[in-house]
Ligand binder design. Structure first.
Ligand SMILES: Cc1cc2nc3c(=O)[nH]c(=O)nc-3n(C[C@H](O)[C@H](O)[C@H](O)COP(=O)(O)OP(=O)(O)OC[C@H]3O[C@@H](n4cnc5c(N)ncnc54)[C@H](O)[C@@H]3O)c2cc1C
Ligand code: SF4
Length: 501
C-alpha cells in the first residue's frame, strides 16, 4: 500500500466537494496541500456525445440504475469529475425561508444561507433564459397552468452559451451548463488543489483514509487517474466528506462510526418522482431548447407535490411508463408528440427510510412510500393531467389508474380515475435525483450527525459538506443550498486552519 500525506482531503467533487475545494484553495498559497479524491472519471469535452446509454454509463453511479433495497425506486446520482452537477439540469433555487426555519438547526440562519446561495448563483451565471430557448413543451405547461389559474413560475438556470440541445442530464455537450466541473473545480485546481479521479475512498480512520485507484477500463471514457492504480493510505489533518447523500453515510458506516453516531444514515429523503406524458395531435419541440424552464410549487405545502417541465430520452421514458404491451408502445410511438411533466413528492423524514450498508460495506437504501408521499404523487398526477388537457392533449398516461391510458373526455373524472389503491410499489416506476439526509445537522449526537457547520459531533478534524447534511426535505431543487452549506464548512475550516493544520 502506498502512503501519502495531505493537510486537507476532500472526498467527492460534486456540488458540496467542488465548492469546498474552491473555497479552501486560497490556503494552497499559504503552503497547504489539498486533494480532492473522486471515484468517477474526468471526461474530455469531446467525450460528451449526448448518446443516452453511453453517457449514462460514463457519468452515473450504476449507469443511473441504483435501486432502493426493495427495488421500488431508482436513485440517480453522478459519479464523475463534478459529481451530480455534471448531469444536473442546472435549475437554481434559493433555500426557502419556511424550510430552514422548520429545520430548526441551532446556529443556522436563513439569511446567512441565502447570502451565500446568492454568491454561488452569481458565480454560476444564474438567470432566466431568453424566449428563444423556451420550447413548446414548456410553453404548453405554461398555457395549461394559466388556463387553470395556477401560479406557474419560470426556473432560474445556470447556463452560459446554451445551444438548446436539451441533453443536460447526459452531460452538456456544449460546455454551457455551469456545474462544479466547469466553475469551482477548475478554479480550485488553478489555485493548487489536486483532483484525483478514479480514486474511491474505502474507509476513514483517525486522520487517515484508505483509497483504491482503478485503471481506466479498456474502451471506457475519461482520462486515466493522475495516480498509479493500486491501494493508498493517505494521512490528512482535516477530512471533508462530500460523497453525496448515499455514499457519505455509507462511508462513515463502513468506517465503524455507527456506535459514536447513532443517527448515521437516518433522515434520508429523496423527492420521489415520476414522469407524466400526454399525447398531442401535432409534434412538440421538446428535444430542442432548454428542457426545464417552468415549475408549479403552489401545492407543495397543501398537497405535498411540485411539478416541473422535463424532457426524458427514449430509454428513460420507456422505463418510466407504467404497464407494458399495446398501451405502452402506443405512447412510445407517439414520442415526438409527447408533452412531459415531472411530478415530485415533498417526502418527509420517516424512521424506516435510511442509508445502511451490506456485508461488503456497499450502500443499501431502505425506502418506503408513506401514505403522505403516495398522496402527494397522486395529487401531482391529477394536477398534471388537468394541465395536459387544458393545454390541448388528446390522451395522457396515468400511472396510478387501473387503465393507464386516459382520454381528454375523462378530464372531468380524474379524481375517480387516479386511485391510491393503484399506487403499487414496483408497478409505478418511481425515481429520485434529489437525494438528501443521512448525516443531518443538529444540536448533538443523539439527534444528528454534525453541527450547523458540518463538523461531525465529537470529531474536530472531520467535516461533512454535501446533501447528506439536510435534516429534512428541502422541497425544492437542492444544489444551491448544498453549495451554501459547503461554504459554511469551508469558512469554519479556514478560520481554524492555523490551529488545525
Ligand atoms: C439527473 C439529475 C438532475 C438534477 N437536476 C438538478 C437541478 O436542476 N437543480 C438542482 O438544484 N439539483 C439538481 N439535481 C440534484 C443535484 O445535482 C444534487 O443534489 C447535488 O449535486 C448533490 O451534491 P453532493 O455534493 O451531495 O453530491 P454529488 O454532486 O452527487 O457528488 C458526490 C461525488 O462523490 C463521489 N463519491 C462518492 N463516493 C465516493 C468515494 N467513496 N470516494 C470518492 N468519491 C466518491 C461521487 O462519484 C460524486 O462525484 C439533479 C441531480 C440529478 C442526478
Ligand atoms: S440545453 Fe443547453 S445546457 Fe442543456 S445540454 Fe443543451 S446546451 Fe447544454
Amino acid at each position: 500500500m502506498k502512503r501519502l500525506a495531505y493537510d486537507i482531503v476532500i472526498v467527492g467533487s460534486g456540488a458540496g466537494g467542488g465548492t469546498v475545494a474552491q473555497e479552501l484553495s486560497p490556503l494552497c498559497q499559504q503552503g497547504a496541500r489539498i486533494a480532492v479524491l473522486e471515484k468517477g472519471p474526468r471526461l474530455r469535452d469531446d467525450e460528451f456525445t449526448g448518446r443516452e446509454l453511453e453517457m449514462a454509463a460514463a457519468l452515473y453511479e450504476d449507469g443511473g440504475g441504483f435501486l432502493t433495497a426493495d427495488g421500488t425506486m431508482t436513485l440517480a446520482f453522478g459519479c464523475a469529475y463534478g459529481g451530480s452537477t455534471a448531469v444536473y439540469t442546472g435549475t437554481s433555487m434559493l433555500p426557502p425561508e419556511r424550510i430552514i426555519r422548520d429545520w430548526n438547526v441551532p446556529g443556522l440562519a436563513h439569511a446567512d444561507l441565502e447570502s451565500r446561495a446568492r454568491k454561488f448563483m452569481a458565480e454560476n451565471n444564474v438567470h432566466l433564459i431568453e424566449d428563444g430557448l423556451i420550447n413548446q413543451n414548456n410553453r404548453l405547461f405554461v398555457e395549461g397552468c394559466r388556463k387553470l389559474g395556477y401560479g406557474v413560475q419560470q426556473f432560474p438556470v445556470n447556463i452560459k452559451g446554451c445551444r438548446g440541445s436539451s441533453l443536460c442530464n447526459l452531460g452538456c455537450p456544449n460546455q454551457a451548463k455551469q456545474g462544479t466541473d466547469r466553475v469551482q473545480l477548475p478554479r480550485a485546481e488553478q489555485n493548487g488543489v489536486e483532483v484525483v479521479t478514479r480514486c474511491a475512498v474505502l474507509t476513514i480512520g483517525e486522520k487517515t483514509l484508505t483509497a483504491r485507484v482503478t485503471a481506466k477500463p479498456p474502451g471506457g471514457k475519461g482520462e486515466p487517474s493522475p495516480w498509479e492504480p493500486g491501494d493508498y493510505q493517505i494521512d490528512a489533518k482535516i477530512i471533508v466528506l462530500s460523497a453525496g447523500a448515499v455514499n457519505t453515510p455509507a462511508l462513515l458506516l463502513r468506517s465503524g462510526m455507527r456506535r459514536r453516531l447513532p443517527r448515521l444514515g437516518h433522515g434520508f429523503t429523496a423527492h420521489p418522482a415520476f414522469i407524466m406524458v400526454a399525447e398531442h395531435e401535432t409534434p412538440i419541440t421538446n428535444f430542442v431548447g432548454h428542457p426545464k424552464s417552468f415549475y408549479l410549487d403552489q401545492f407543495a405545502q397543501s398537497d405535498g407535490f411540485v411539478l416541473e417541465t422535463c424532457m426524458y430520452f427514449p430509454f428513460i421514458t420507456a422505463k418510466s411508463l407504467a404497464g407494458f404491451g399495446q398501451p405502452h408502445s402506443a405512447f412510445m410511438r407517439a414520442f415526438p408528440r409527447l408533452q412531459m411533466i415531472l411530478v415530485l413528492a415533498c417526502d418527509k423524514v420517516d424512521p424506516y427510510n435510511r442509508v445502511a450498508i451490506d456485508s461488503n460495506g456497499r450502500p443499501v437504501v431502505h425506502y418506503r412510500f408513506t401514505p403522505e408521499t403516495i398522496r402527494g404523487l397522486i395529487r401531482g398526477a391529477i394536477t398534471s393531467a388537468k394541465i395536459f388537457f387544458a393545454a390541448g392533449a388528446v390522451r395522457a398516461h396515468m400511472p396510478v389508474a387501473r387503465n393507464t391510458t386516459i382520454e381528454a373526455c375523462d378530464a372531468a373524472r380524474l379524481e375517480d380515475i387516479a386511485a391510491e389503491a393503484e399506487f403499487k410499489p414496483g408497478k409505478v416506476p418511481v425515481s429520485a435525483a434529489h437525494l438528501q439526509g443521512g448525516c443531518g445537522m443538529g444540536s448533538g449526537p443523539d439527534s444528528s450527525v454534525t453541527d450547523s457547520y458540518g463538523r461531525v459531533h465529537g470529531i474536530p478534524w472531520l467535516f461533512v459538506a454535501d446533501a447528506s447534511l439536510f435534516p429534512n426535505s428541502l422541497e425544492i431543487n437542492p444544489y444551491v443550498t448544498i453549495m451554501a452549506l459547503a461554504d459554511r464548512a469551508a469558512q469554519r475550516i479556514r478560520e481554524e486552519a492555523p490551529a488545525l493544520l
